[in-house]
Ligand binder design. Structure first.
Ligand code: FAD
Length: 390
C-alpha cells in the first residue's frame, strides 16, 4: 500500500513522513501560501535572456506559449523603480506585442536598502548585472505544464545528473554527494508534480487540470523520487529555520507599511514556530557532514558541481521553465550556503549574509516543495489504486 512505502523517518533526516505531512498541511503550507503573495516575495529579479555556456543554440525562448509575462509598469512597487526620466521607450520591451507584458528593466538601488551584494560560492548567478535583469511577478507566472519536452529538456536533466551528480550505486558514495543527488532529484520530482497538478488537458478548449497518469509515471512509480522530495523539503526547511534570526531581522520594506508588517509577521510565524520546534526541531542535521579528512576539498568539488547545475539553468529553452529553474536552484544554493558555509565548525566567525533575491528564492522554493508534498500526499494513494486497476 502507498502508506507502507513512506513510514518512519525520512532518510538522513530526523523527522518522519507523517510528521512532515501534518506539519506541512496544518502549519507551514498556509503560512507559505500567504507569504509568497506579499509584494516582497512575489517579485523575483532574474536574467531571463541569457547565453547558454554549454550549447550555443539553446538558451533563448523559442516556444511562444512558455514565455514569461513580466511586470507591467503600473503594478510594480514604487520603491523598486528608478525615476522614469531619461528612460527611453526602447528600455521597455514588449513580448509578443502585448502591452500588459511589458518588460520592466528598471531597477533601483533603494530596493536593495539594507541588502548586501555578496558572492555565494554555491551559485552562478550574478545579481549585480542589473542591465540584464528584469523583475517578474511570480504570482502571474505559475510553475506548471508548458509543453517543454523533447531533446532540449532531456539534455539538461541528463547533464545535471551525469555530469554533476551521478546516480549513486547504493552505499558506495559519501553522504555529501548523496545529499546533492537527493536535492536535485527532489527538485526534479517537485517540478514534475507541478506539471501533473496543472496540466493542459485540452488545447482546443484551453482546459487545465490534473494529470494523474503523469504524476504516477514520473513520480509515484519511483518511491525514491517521493522520498527525495520529502528530503529536499526538510533540507530547505532546516535552512530557513537555521537562518531564523537573520530572516526575522531582515528588511522587508516595499513602500507600504501595512504590507511590510504583514510580511514580517508571516516570516516570524514561519521561522519561530513553537509547534514546528516541538515536532521537528532539527529537520536535517548538517553538522554530521564534511567531517572526514577530505572535507574541505570535497566541499569545493561539490560547490563546483552545484555551480555547474546553476549555470545549466541558462540553457533551459523555455522561458517560464528557466525562470522557475533559476529561482529554485538559487533557493537550493542559498540553503546550501546557510547550512554548509556559515557558522559551521570551520567558519565560526563568519556571519550569515544573504541577498534579497536569495531570500525570495529560498521562501518560494520552500513553498513549491510544500505544495508538491500536499499534492503527492493527497493524490498518491488514490492514483496508485487507479493505476493498479487499469
Ligand atoms: P524528464 O522529467 O525530462 O526526466 C528525464 C530523465 O531523468 C528521466 O527519464 C529519468 O531517468 C530521470 N528522472 C526523472 N525524474 C527524476 C527524479 N525525480 N529523480 C531522479 N531522476 C529522475 N516542463 C514544464 O512543463 N513546466 C516546467 O515548469 C518545467 N520546468 C523545467 C525546469 C527545468 C530546469 C528543466 C530542465 C525542465 C523543465 N521542464 C518543465 C521540462 C520537464 O522537466 C521534463 O523534462 C519534460 O516534461 C519531459 O519529461 P520526461 O518524461 O522526458 O522526463
Amino acid at each position: 500500500a502507498y502508506s507502507d512505502k513512506y513510514t518512519g523517518i525520512v532518510e538522513d533526516c530526523s523527522c518522519g513522513y507523517e510528521t512532515v505531512d501534518s506539519l506541512n498541511e496544518e502549519l507551514l503550507h498556509p503560512i507559505l501560501q500567504e507569504l509568497v503573495t506579499t509584494p516582497f516575495f512575489r517579485y523575483f529579479k532574474a536574467k531571463l535572456w541569457c547565453d547558454c555556456p554549454f550549447w550555443p543554440d539553446d538558451g533563448m525562448c523559442r516556444l511562444r506559449d512558455c514565455s514569461v509575462c513580466e511586470c507591467p509598469d503600473n503594478e510594480f512597487p514604487e520603491l523598486f523603480k528608478k525615476p522614469f526620466a531619461g528612460l527611453s521607450t526602447d528600455d521597455l520591451i514588449c513580448q509578443e506585442g502585448k502591452p500588459e507584458a511589458v518588460v520592466d528593466r528598471t531597477l533601483d538601488s533603494k530596493a536593495f536598502k539594507g541588502w548586501v551584494v555578496i558572492d555565494n560560492p554555491w551559485t552562478n548567478d550574478d545579481e549585480t548585472d542589473n542591465d540584464e535583469m528584469t523583475y517578474v511577478n511570480l504570482q502571474l507566472n505559475p510553475e506548471r505544464y508548458t509543453g517543454y519536452v523533447g531533446p532540449s529538456a532531456r539534455r539538461i536533466w541528463e547533464a545535471v545528473y551525469t555530469e554533476n551528480c551521478p546516480r549513486y550505486p547504493s552505499g558506495e558514495i559519501c553522504p555529501e554527494k548523496r545529499v546533492l543527488y537527493k536535492l536535485i532529484s527532489g527538485l526534479h520530482a517537485s517540478i514534475s508534480v507541478h506539471i501533473a497538478s496543472d496540466f493542459l488537458l485540452d488545447e482546443a478548449t484551453n482546459m487545465w487540470g490534473q494529470n494523474l497518469e503523469l504524476l504516477h509515471d514520473r513520480v509515484l512509480r519511483y518511491p525514491d523520487r517521493v522520498r527525495n522530495l520529502y528530503f529536499t523539503f526538510l533540507f530547505v526547511l532546516r535552512a530557513v529555520t537555521k537562518a531564523a534570526d537573520y530572516l526575522e531581522q531582515a528588511e522587508y520594506s516595499t513602500g507600504n507599511p501595512e504590507d511590510d508588517l504583514k510580511t514580517q509577521s508571516l516570516v516570524r510565524q514561519l521561522v519561530y514556530n513553537p509547534k514546528l520546534q516541538a515536532a521537528c526541531p532539527v529537520p536535517f542535521d548538517e553538522a554530521k557532514l564534511w567531517k572526514g579528512e577530505s572535507g574541505p576539498e570535497l566541499k569545493q568539488l561539490i560547490q563546483k558541481q552545484f555551480r555547474n547545475i546553476s549555470a545549466l539553468m541558462d540553457c533551459v529553452g523555455c522561458e517560464k521553465c528557466r525562470l522557475w529553474g533559476k529561482l529554485q536552484v538559487l533557493g537550493l544554493g542559498t540553503a546550501l550556503q546557510i547550512l554548509f558555509s556559515v557558522n559551521g565548525r570551520d567558519h565560526v566567525n563568519q556571519p550569515l549574509q544573504m541577498q534579497r533575491n536569495e531570500v525570495i528564492a529560498l521562501v518560494n522554493l520552500l513553498n513549491r516543495l510544500s505544495e508538491s508534498i500536499i499534492f503527492v500526499h493527497e493524490m498518491g494513494p488514490s492514483t496508485e489504486n487507479i493505476m493498479k486497476s487499469q
